[in-house]
Design a protein around this ligand. Structure first.
Ligand SMILES: [Zn+2]
Length: 93
């Protein structure tokens, strides 16, 4: 048995790895809400990258923190660190 990669989503009922289907392949639970959370977190990370590119570091940080609360990923964690660092640098005199 191999461990899921960090940040991998899983069924909230049986912890089976999420495979992108609306129903859990192991227990049959409805995963529609999980899919919506993952999609929303993805869009928030995309928005954070776009805001960062335009220099709006504080809004980018808020977006990525929201995304991480919905679905924490290692990439999101790195993006949060970048946004936080950029925010501190842009706030420095
Ligand atoms: Zn399940």
């Amino acid at each position: 048995m191999t461990a899921d990669p960090p940040g991998a989503a899983s069924c909230p009922v049986c912890r089976a790895r999420f495979r992108g289907a609306a129903r859990c392949t192991r227990c049959g639970a409805d995963l529609t809400a999980l899919m919506l959370f993952l999609a929303h977190a993805y869009r928030l990370r995309q928005e954070a990258r776009e805001l960062l590119r335009h220099g709006d570091c504080l809004k980018a940080l808020a977006c990525v923190e929201h995304a991480q609360r919905l679905h924490a990923t290692p990439q999101g964690n790195l993006l949060r660190w970048i946004c936080a660092t950029a925010s501190k640098q842009s706030a420095a005199p």
